[in-house]
Ligand binder design. Structure first.
Ligand code: ARG
Length: 552
């Protein structure tokens, strides 16, 4: 077995040993070397004793200036992953409809997946696919004609909003929503209104300039407002696309299906694609209404084909709640029967429902309320802990920590599970929460800061041989495996649990591996270990979508 050159080799050698051990009846014949100091067998159990000094040295080597962020990334395991262009579509709210908890989940999960893929060396395209087309715009347009003022909307949308609902808190989206809600109510009983809505949508479909311009304004106002929220969440998109972009292409898709002989007419007169294995129309997917208009799925087919042409992705990932599992299955199946073999590199990541998301003022209407409340509660907790005084911007810290709390609550379990929203539990400082991650990070930063005068460019690994250090080192050694696992199933729980464990181990290390008062060389080695933990923690937190704080 060749001499050790790097940590990945160490891991590989260990597995080679295990394989050899499994296949060899003469385990005593295994040779020890610099990595594995000693091999012993006892009643069917083979024990390998790792060279601790070497482990400490190799693992902590990268934590010199500039190398911290690369830790674990150049591993043999991670190098087996395919790298290419990954398009991640997430968030995708519907304009003029509610931005609900599902959209929040899609936003943070999609952001995690995009961050992960990017960290692993992929070229990532982040896309928001707005629900910006459909009958709701008919209602909205007609409603606006009735209750709104285009003049005012143009001149000063905020002001106009203010007049509308008497509050500037909820920003513009309320305006749109209010017109919509009011119109929906009216239309229930009022035939004229219904007709007006249909007429408006028809004008829109026929690209009539006035209707289009009003629609554009609604869209822009909403996007502007979302961007404000995305910014708070630390989320961004490379592309704002939407269903409206694929109106005409959706009709082309129907024609293609027709010419490929894939379009059937149902008894109801709708256009369907037969997806039943036996070809007996047992399971069909509707792509065309009887009045000749296209549907959500038809636009999705067109959008997927368009994205492949424009961005030539190697893989595409859609993030939505689990109610759309069937939709995406059908989408991928149709793309495949149309001959788009790349459809099997498209993937849907479904997630479960959030129950009981409410704030002090009642059920959540706007996402922004959730962020405000997380910040307010965190600020309150921080003021109790009396650390806020020393902070430049406690609000900002509270916001970052509050968002971390939301993320950990959401990411801890399997994405497909439903979970119950619980303010008190998620904001606990000691439990397995985002607050605990942030707290540990801040504590590590302050330790490093306080000892900034100690030169940590070199260190003696033989001073890190006690069990507390070793446990942390062995944990850090697993970082690449955790990223690998996350890349396989796109679940954030592996990383979350890895980081929580790291924080627990760090808490013990804080107690047992004192820096202050230790001889300089011991302090130096321990600082290096803490520096490693701090960097890996920060790297992992960033992938999850958190912004690590230095103080709290
Ligand atoms: N706008 C949709 C909704 O809120 C989600 C869009 C998901 N993406 C897609 N390509 N269909 O339900």
């Amino acid at each position: 077995i060749p001499a050790l050159s790097a940590v990945p080799v160490l891991k590989k050698q260990l597995s080679v040993f295990v394989i050899l051990a499994c296949h060899s009846s003469q385990s005593h014949a295994l040779k020890q070397d610099s990595v594995v100091e000693d091999i012993s067998t006892d009643r069917g159990v083979i024990s390998f004793k790792v060279n601790r000094k070497l482990l400490a040295q190799k693992l902590l080597e990268p934590f010199e200036k500039g190398q911290d962020e690369k830790f674990g990334l150049n591993s043999e395991l991670l190098n087996t992953l395919k790298r290419g262009t990954t398009l991640v579509e997430y968030s995708s709210p519907n304009i003029a409809k509610k931005f609900h908890a599902g959209h929040l989940r899609s936003t943070i999960i999609g952001n995690f997946i995009a961050n992960l893929k990017q960290t692993l060396g992929n070229n990532v395209i982040r896309m928001n696919y707005l629900g910006d087309w459909g009958m709701q715009f008919g209602l909205l347009g007609a409603g606006f004609g009735q209750f709104g003022s285009e003049e005012k909307l143009k001149q000063n949308p905020l002001q106009h909003l203010f007049e509308y609902c008497g509050s500037s808190l909820f920003l513009n989206h309320v305006l749109v929503l209010q017109v919509y809600v009011r119109m929906n109510k009216e239309a229930e009983h009022n035939e004229d209104m219904k007709q007006a809505a249909r007429d408006f949508f028809k004008q829109l479909e026929q690209h009539e300039s006035q209707a289009v311009s009003l629609w554009q304004q609604f869209r822009q106002i909403t996007v502007d407002e979302y961007q404000h929220i995305y910014k708070r969440l630390g989320v961004h998109f490379d592309i704002y696309s939407g269903e409206s972009f694929h109106q005409d292409q959706a009709q082309e898709v129907v024609q293609q299906l027709q010419s490929q002989g894939l379009l059937k007419t149902s008894e109801k007169g709708t256009g369907v694609v037969d997806l039943s294995p036996a070809g007996d129309m047992n399971s069909v997917c509707t792509v065309l209404r009887s009045d000749g208009t296209t549907l959500y799925i038809t636009r999705d087919i067109a959008a997927a084909i368009d994205r492949k042409e424009k961005y030539n992705f190697d893989e595409m990932i859609y993030v939505t709640d689990k109610s759309q599992v069937n939709h995406f299955n059908q989408l991928f199946q149709i793309l495949l029967v149309m001959g788009h073999s790349w459809a099997d590199r498209c993937q849907h990541v479904p997630f479960g429902l959030v129950q009981g998301m409410s704030t002090r003022t009642g059920e959540v209407v706007f996402l922004e309320d959730v962020l405000d409340e997380a910040r307010a509660r965190m600020l309150h907790n921080m003021s109790q802990a009396k650390t806020t005084k020393e902070m430049d911007n406690p609000e900002d810290t509270a916001e970052k920590v509050g968002i971390s709390a939301l993320l950990v609550q959401d990411f801890r379990g399997p994405l497909l599970s439903d979970y119950r929203f619980d303010w008190d539990r998620m904001l606990q400082a000691q439990g397995d929460t985002g607050v605990f991650l942030q707290y540990t990070h801040a504590r590590l930063c302050s330790l490093l800061q306080r000892n900034a005068d100690i030169d940590a460019t070199t260190f003696d690994p033989s001073l890190l041989l006690e069990q507390t250090s070793m446990t942390i080192l062995q944990h850090l050694l697993r970082y690449d495996e955790v990223l690998y696992q996350s890349a396989q199933d796109l679940q954030p729980k592996h990383l979350v649990n890895f980081l929580l464990k790291l924080c627990h181990l760090t808490a013990s290390a804080h107690r047992e591996l004192l820096v202050k008062g230790s001889p300089p060389d011991v302090a130096q080695a321990r600082l290096r270990l803490f520096r490693g933990s701090c960097s890996v923690l920060a790297n992992g937190m960033r992938i999850l979508g958190m912004c690590p704080v230095d103080k709290m």
